[in-house]
Every structure is written in structure tokens, then in C-alpha cells.
Design a protein around this ligand. Sequence first.
Ligand code: C5P
Length: 230
Amino acid sequence: MELCVALDLPSAKENLALAELLKGYNVWMKVGFRAYIRDGKPFIEALKKINPDFKLFLDLKLYDIPNTMADAAEEIAKLGVDMFNIHASAGSVAMKTVMDRLSNYEQRPLVLAVTALTSFDEANFQAVYEKSIDAKAEQFATMAYENGLDGVVCSTFESRAIKNATSDDFLTLCPGIRPFGEDAGDQQRVATLNLAAKEGVDYPVVGRPIYKDANPKAKVEEILKVIATF
Ligand code: C5P
């Protein structure tokens, strides 16, 4: 299991200060919409400068026609990030087109498919997808697996079933982690680190419980200590 820290603070300065605090730890940094739209490529470069060994996950959840997605995937590969994601609901052709295009890159980033956003509850999910979260997440994951993606973004509660339906090596990255039962915020399906470990989660994503903590560094240390026991 590898911790992924969400850099969702209101300014580049604050995100970089958090990265600076955490530069001594072996963690992934998740750059999402807010940071990337505002701070772009220079922000990625600044993170690499702070620690060239930070693993970077660009969480832009691409969703468009296959060719546009593959063009964007190539640009992302050129940025030198280690992982990014696309929406599984963009479909098999989009997934395959993205993976085909990235096969030209010697060191391509890992590609994950978003199944069901962790902010969905069952009723709101069904209003869009007309299936239960469990069933749809498993169907999306199987599609992603068959099209050569490396894993999925899902909630902890689908992680085990997705691995059973695909492969143990098929990665699960799970937001909505409240390491020790902290406040859920807008997340509907939250899980502790212990539960995440039990469900085989590869990458627990933690945002607010770290950056809103009075001592984010101590919090990360506490989380890493627990992860080391799994
Ligand atoms: O603060 P919190 O720990 O809830 O942050 C979770 C992070 O994971 C946010 O950056 C959010 O955008 C992201 N995310 C999510 N659910 C997904 C995919 C990404 O919460 N399905």
C-alpha cells in the first residue's frame, strides 16, 4: 500500500509548502483539477524540484471522444507524471485508443479508470447509471482490465470485488479514506486505513485529514507507520 496525498489547497504556495513538509517521505502527490487548472505545468516542475522522487498522480479524469483523450494522454505522458486517470464511462474504444497511443512511450504513466466517484451515494449514482454502484463499478473495472489499463479509481468497498473480477495485480486507488475515522466532509463512502488494507487497496488517497490537520507532517508519519504494519 502506498499513500497518495491530495494537494487540494487554495494556492500553489500552500500546496508547495505541504509538499516541502512531506519531501522526506515516500508518498504520492495527487495533483487535481484545482491545482492543475490554476498552476499547470510549472507546478508539476516545482514539485519535482522539491523531491525528484515524489511520485506524481495527475487526477484530471479525462472524458471526451477517443482521439481527443489519446491526444491529452500523450501530452500527460510528456509531462513526466507517473499516473493519471480517465473516466471508464468514456467507453472501451476510448480506453483502447489511449492505451494504444501510450504504447509508443518507453516509460508511460500508469493509467487508471474512474468507476464510481466516492461522493456518490447509491440513489444519486443509480439516477445517472441505472445500476447499483457495486455492479457498475465491477463492469467498468472489467472493461478497463480488458483494455489494458493498470487499475481503477473506486471506493474501498468495491476494491476486493474488483480484484476478484480482474486480477490481484489490477490496481485500486481509493479516495474517501479517513485514516483513523476523521470527518467525512462531502464523501459518502469513506473507509479507515485498516479497512482499506483488508480490502486490498493499493493507493489510499487522503486529502483533508492531512492538509486540515494542525500538524500534517505528524499525521503523515502516523499514517505511514500504520501502513508499514500491513
Ligand atoms: O479531502 P479528501 O480526502 O476527501 O480528498 C479526496 C481527493 O480525491 C479529492 O482530491 C477528490 O477530488 C479526489 N477524488 C475523489 N473521488 C474520486 C476520485 C477522486 O474524492 N472518485
